[in-house]
Design a protein around this ligand. Structure first.
Ligand SMILES: Cc1cc2nc3c(=O)[nH]c(=O)nc-3n(C[C@H](O)[C@H](O)[C@H](O)COP(=O)(O)OP(=O)(O)OC[C@H]3O[C@@H](n4cnc5c(N)ncnc54)[C@H](O)[C@@H]3O)c2cc1C
Length: 325
């Protein structure tokens, strides 16, 4: 294990951040050394779903080892393997199911935390188990899928911060059964005259990457953390109330839940916003781009957006990335 003090912590929103200390774990044995030192930990993967303060008074834990292997359709991924590396591995080894999750940034070990999902698929659909180091019991513990309490962009790992995800075990499909029901996939198929019969896992993965390019700015050029707000889940009555006023409100049913587009809600209030050093990405208003704002200025803008959406629609927006105070 390596320890660094007063370290810069990189993050996709490109807010300057210096951490008290950073512990880099080089292998699974290093967890044993952690308990002697850690009082206020935070695990950071690639920082693609985090908003960090200028001074991070926490002990940052980084997983500086990685491994990926499979036995039939069970695949084990540990440490710092990126989600993109996993997608490549599964396509190469003809393991199916993750195609719709192509091009999501971050590490595989961070993915269960917010139960990453896109285009009608989420990681919880494939979780067999998650092996964690428990900072409380100072032992490895195995959580099966039910133990993880997965929900829409939710899991137990958001509330239980003593669990460090060391390894993720996924059960993938041995056969290709594409999930192409999402409207934007269907639109892409019609526009580009894609023949359903010619579809391969690689083609579907490339299509998802192409769709995402039009919806999300490249974080390397335009600092962002993807969707800044969750699409609110509303009940049937709320939905019909809004539809009475705005008949074309983008909304849909997913996993038996009524969802309304947070991006659309923001598009309706954005001209009233006063703060301008954060850009609201025009093709997809769910994405905020840092144009030189500070942490405090971003907090003010978030609060302004939430207040205006609440006042106009009586809907409480929830922020998707984790904001660290
Ligand atoms: C351009 C862009 C597009 C995106 N698109 C999507 C999308 O389509 N769908 C989606 O769901 N998300 C999306 N995201 C969000 C992001 O990619 C995911 O949340 C990703 O899983 C975060 O991985 P990370 O390694 O960057 O984690 P970080 O941002 O470093 O951490 C995220 C959270 O996980 C915790 N954490 C990290 N590693 C561990 C660990 N080993 N054990 C315990 N806790 C841990 C952190 O403490 C933090 O709370 C997008 C982000 C960007 C920038």
């Amino acid at each position: 294990m390596k320890l660094f003090n007063n370290q810069n912590v990189t993050n996709f929103f490109k807010l300057p951040c210096v951490a008290d200390s950073v512990y880099q774990l080089s292998n699974a044995e290093d967890y044993l050394e952690l308990y002697q030192n850690i009082t206020n930990p935070i695990v950071i993967g690639e920082g693609s779903n985090l908003i960090l303060p200028p001074k991070l008074n926490k002990q940052v834990i980084k997983l500086n080892y990685k491994n990926i292997s499979h036995n039939n359709n069970l695949i084990e991924i540990s440490g710092g393997v990126t989600w993109e590396e996993l997608i490549d591995y599964t396509l190469y080894h003809e393991l199916y199911g993750l195609e719709n999750l192509t091009a999501i940034p971050g590490l595989v070990t961070a993915a269960p935390v917010q139960n990453i999902g896109a285009y009608g698929v989420q990681i919880s659909d494939f979780i067999e188990s998650v092996i964690c180091w428990d900072l409380e019991s100072k032992n490895f513990t195995t959580l099966n899928k039910d133990d993880c309490c997965f929900n829409y962009r939710q899991s137990i790992f958001q509330s239980n911060k003593s669990l460090i995800i060391h390894k993720v075990i996924l059960r993938l499909n041995n056969f290709f059964e594409p999930n192409i029901s999402y409207q934007s996939i269907q639109d892409y198929f019609s526009l580009n005259q894609v023949d359903h019969n010619d579809l391969t896992p690689k083609k579907l993965s490339d299509i998802i990457r192409n769709i995402r390019l039009t919806r999300l700015p490249d974080p390397k050029i335009n600092p962002n953390v993807g969707s800044f707000f969750k699409n609110p889940i509303i009940n049937e009555t709320q939905l019909s109330d809004i539809k009475n006023i705005y008949p074309n409100t983008p909304c849909w049913i997913e996993n038996n839940l009524y969802k309304i587009s947070a991006g659309w809600l923001i598009s309706k209030i954005k001209t009233d916003l006063t703060y301008r050093d954060v850009e609201i990405f025009e093709p997809n208003n769910l994405v905020l781009i840092n144009r030189g704002c500070s942490y405090n200025q971003l907090m003010r803008l978030i609060s302004e957006i939430k207040t205006k959406v609440k006042d106009n629609f009586d809907i409480v927006l929830a922020v998707e990335p984790e904001i660290i105070a």
